[in-house]
Every structure is written in C-alpha cells, then in structure tokens.
Design a protein around this ligand. Structure first.
Ligand code: KPL
Length: 296
C-alpha cells in the first residue's frame, strides 16, 4: 500500500519503519523542510523516507496521522486538497476530541481511530527506540471507516499485536482514563510512572479514578470502578520505568496534551453535571506550568 505518515515523532517513526519493513511504500510528512528523512530503529540499519512529497500524498491509500492531538487540525488542514477521497485517514494520538474538529473537512474519506500502548522514544532526529511492546486497536470513526477492518491485518503484519474493534470509543475512553490518572500527576511531580504505586499517591489516584469512572458511566461506557482501578494499576506497573509523555512535555517545556486528556474529561463532566475537583485541580496546575513558560 502507499502509506504516508504525517508527524514522524516517536510513535509515527516506529510505524513508518515497521510498515516499510512489511513491504509498503512509506513516505513521511514532517515539519522539517528536508527532501528525505533517515531513520534508524533500535539497532537496525537506517532507512531513508521521502519527506513532504505532495505527489505521494495524492497517491496515498492510507494517511497515518501521528501528530499530537493539539497539532491535528493545523497539520492536516493545508494538506486536505491533496488527499484523495478514497484515502483512509487513520488518527493515532493520546486524548480525545481532536478528530471531531477535522472530521467535517474530511467527510468523504474513510476515517479510522487508533490507540496504541507501544512505547517509543526518539533520542535524536534520526533514531527511534521501541521501548515497550504494546497493543494497538483500530476502529471506524465514520461509516466508511467502519468498513476498513482489513486495515488491522495490515497493521498487525507490520507491528503486532493490532486488532480491529467495533467499539473504538470504549478503547479510547479506557486510554483516556489511564492518561488522566498517570500523565498530569507524573508531570507535576516530575516522577516516573512507577512512583505512582507509592502509598503517598494512593488517595489522589483514587479521587481521580472515582471522578473518571463517574464520567465514563454517564457517557455510557461500560466500566466498573474495580476494572478501572485495576487497569490503571497494571499500566503503572507495566510502564514503571517510563516517563509519561506529559512528564516529558513539561520537562522540555513543550505544550502538553492536557486539553485533550483531562480537559476532554472536564467538558464531559460539566455536560453531565458531575463535579470533578481533583481533575480540575490537576488541569489548572498543568495550565499554570504551561503559562509560566510563555511569561518567562
Ligand atoms: O500513554 C502514556 C503516556 O505516557 O502518554 C502512558 C500509558 C501513561 C505510558 O507512559
């Protein structure tokens, strides 16, 4: 297939490399104005990817959008006129809500949402490390996208384990819950995910999970308090050595995904008249940190 990866950051680079190894024609679309990007995965040899080719974008069967949630609109808008209406657009990022903004601009295309727990880290521009083996779920966003279940096989062949789900909303809410629990707290405390297993953080985590659970149930996401707590505990354990993406964003003073993680939760909480003071405080805290950089 002809595949373009829009936003070859850590996760995008991992997929670009793996899809290329699986035999697909992969090019990238990065904000760097270079004709080609070279990429090494772990200890494997460098591969060269054509960058910013409008011709390849026009021919794309799949456009995999891996920019951060807050970058989706600005990244995709200038490219829309070059995207064929048969091209399947797959969105893979943390958080929820970003696709709702761009979907009306792509209403003729099959749209697919993806969520992944693969860990990837880019220590330099030309190198990507696959730091944790995870799972990927794909599911339709619109009716055309819902008919693209074959794509799970294509992605699975490149980087297992990938499955199709008829209820991507459930998968996205579960990931959102994990990110609400782990990301802001590790970013504020500047600690590793595993540190949240300490006694000291249990009360706060319980409050976050209580609020998230109430909102998920109001959104008709079938989940129990026990299941949610178990999922969060498992992820904290499985990614104990990791620094969360929001931890890294705060550390490097980059804009975070808070509006699409805790922010999305708070909008939904408000719609359902649910009070979420713990998540609100975490949201405000991250916003204060972000604002302090623009003022200094
Ligand atoms: O998705 C993550 C992130 O850091 O954004 C988790 C699952 C918390 C792993 O670090």
């Amino acid at each position: 297939m002809n595949i373009v990866v829009l936003g070859p950051g850590a996760v995008g680079s991992l997929w670009a490399y793996k899809l290329n190894l699986a035999g697909h024609n992969v090019s990238v679309y990065s904000s760097q104005n270079l004709p080609n990007l070279s990429l090494e995965l772990d200890e494997q040899p460098a591969l060269s990817f054509v960058n910013q080719s409008i011709e390849l974008l026009t021919k794309a069967d799949v456009l995999l959008v891996t920019v951060k949630a807050w970058q989706v609109e600005a990244a995709i808008e200038p490219l829309i006129k070059h995207i064929d209406e048969r091209c399947i657009v797959v969105f893979m990022h943390n958080g929820m809500g970003a696709v709702d903004t761009v979907a009306p601009l792509l209403d003729r295309n099959p749209l697919v949402l993806a969520t992944t727990t693969h860990g990837a880290y880019k220590p330099s521009r030309e190198k990507v490390l696959h730091t944790g083996h995870g799972n990927t779920l794909l599911g339709g966003y619109n009716s055309k996208g819902s008919r693209c279940d074959f794509l799970a096989e294509v992605f699975n062949h490149a980087l297992a384990n990938c499955q199709w789900t008829e209820n991507i909303n459930l998968a996205l809410w579960n990931k959102l819950a994990i990110n609400c629990a782990i990301n802001p707290l590790t970013a504020i405390e500047q600690c590793r995910n595993g540190d949240l297993a300490k006694e000291h953080y249990q009360e706060k985590l319980n409050q976050i999970i209580d609020e998230v659970c109430q909102v998920m149930r109001a959104e008709k996401v079938p989940i129990t308090r026990e299941q949610l707590e178990e999922t969060v505990t498992q992820v904290i354990k499985a990614t104990a050595e990791n620094y969360s993406s929001m931890h890294q964003d705060v550390f490097y003073q980059r804009k975070t995904e808070i509006d699409f993680i805790t922010g999305y939760l708070l909008v939904s909480a408000k719609r359902h008249n649910i009070s979420a003071p713990t998540n609100q405080a975490l949201y405000d805290n991250i916003k204060t940190i972000e604002n302090s950089w623009t003022q200094s």
